[in-house]
Design a protein around this ligand. Structure first.
Ligand code: GUN
Length: 295
């Protein structure tokens, strides 16, 4: 069984990006600039955004964090968020930006996503980028699927002709990953099945997978009996579960029962240190691409 080390792979890619940024500077080109809008103080979102800001520093990018308060007593006026998006859309120094999700319930998430200019949408969530991706045109790919594809590529795991089963049909992981892997070409050409809460006899489909992707957000859902001998298992889950032995009071749990599944696999990603760091590095690659597109 091979452990797929997303942390080390992400570090190597960040070093490659930093070199490219240095070369850009030497050529008199602009340093990529990523902005992030964070609404409220959701614990998970705080961590993700802090990691994104740190990754920008590692890559030599400029970053800007815009915090907007929203509480139960004083919910954020959605127009204030839209005005910030408008400013970033029109700021010539900003190459790309993200609005960290989830947003408070009273804000229409889809309207927010659609307010971002597609050419600055480095999350790849805007319908223009989603649509371009689905027909195989150049676009910003959603970060988690792009990170998974790059991780497989760097570990020499081909997807061509393989049966890939994705458990979870979210707009940011399951659907875009399926679209990427069913395209023609390198690191694609897979036969993809997307399963979800209405899929009958899920374990029997999961057992057919050469590559099994768990992206449903249920800690430990994937047990050894659901995995074929020799399968590659990619765990996208990052649920915070209470853990009194940790200073933070929680630990991150993947969707896979790692201890019992790992011995059956040819390769598997851990949580933490698997897909998570690759998601962030994909955002950095998209931001670098956004800067290049604007050169
Ligand atoms: N929330 C969870 N994952 C993501 C992501 O990739 N981008 C944004 N903007 N929010 C998220």
């Amino acid at each position: 069984m091979q452990l797929i080390d997303g942390k080390a792979t992400a570090a190597a890619i960040k070093a490659e990006i930093a070199q490219e940024v240095e070369a850009r500077k030497n050529a008199g080109l602009k340093v990529p600039h990523l902005a992030a809008i964070l609404v409220g103080h959701d614990g998970g979102s705080e961590t993700y955004v802090a990691n994104k800001v740190k990754a920008c520093a590692d890559c030599g990018f400029k970053s800007t964090l815009i915090r907007l308060e929203s509480t139960y007593e004083a919910p954020l006026d959605p127009n204030v968020l839209m005005a910030e998006i408008d400013k970033l859309n029109n700021d010539p120094d900003v190459d790309g930006f993200i609005v960290q999700l989830p947003l408070p319930k009273h804000i229409d998430e889809q309207a927010v996503i659609e307010a971002i200019l597609p050419e600055k949408d480095v999350d790849g969530f805007h319908p223009v980028n989603v649509g371009r991706q689905s027909v195989g045109l150049p676009c910003f790919h959603s970060a988690t699927p792009a990170g998974i594809v790059e991780l497989l590529r760097r570990y020499g795991i081909s997807t061509a002709g393989k049966r890939v089963v994705i458990v979870g049909r979210s707009n940011i992981v399951g659907k875009p990953l399926a679209a990427m892997l069913m395209q023609k070409g390198a690191q694609a050409d897979a036969t993809v099945t997307v399963c979800h809460s209405h899929t009958p006899d899920l374990p029997s489909i999961m057992r057919q997978a050469d590559i099994l992707v768990a992206a449903l957000g249920r800690p430990g859902f994937v047990t050894a009996d659901m995995v074929a001998d020799g399968a590659v298992v990619i765990d996208v889950g990052t649920t915070r579960v209470p853990d009194a032995s940790r200073k933070s009071g929680f630990r991150l749990s993947g969707d896979v029962d790692f201890e019992n599944v790992a011995p059956k696999c040819s390769a598997i990603t851990p949580v933490p240190g698997g897909v998570g760091p690759m998601t962030i590095v994909s955002l950095m690659l998209n931001t670098l691409q956004a800067a290049k597109n604007r050169d």
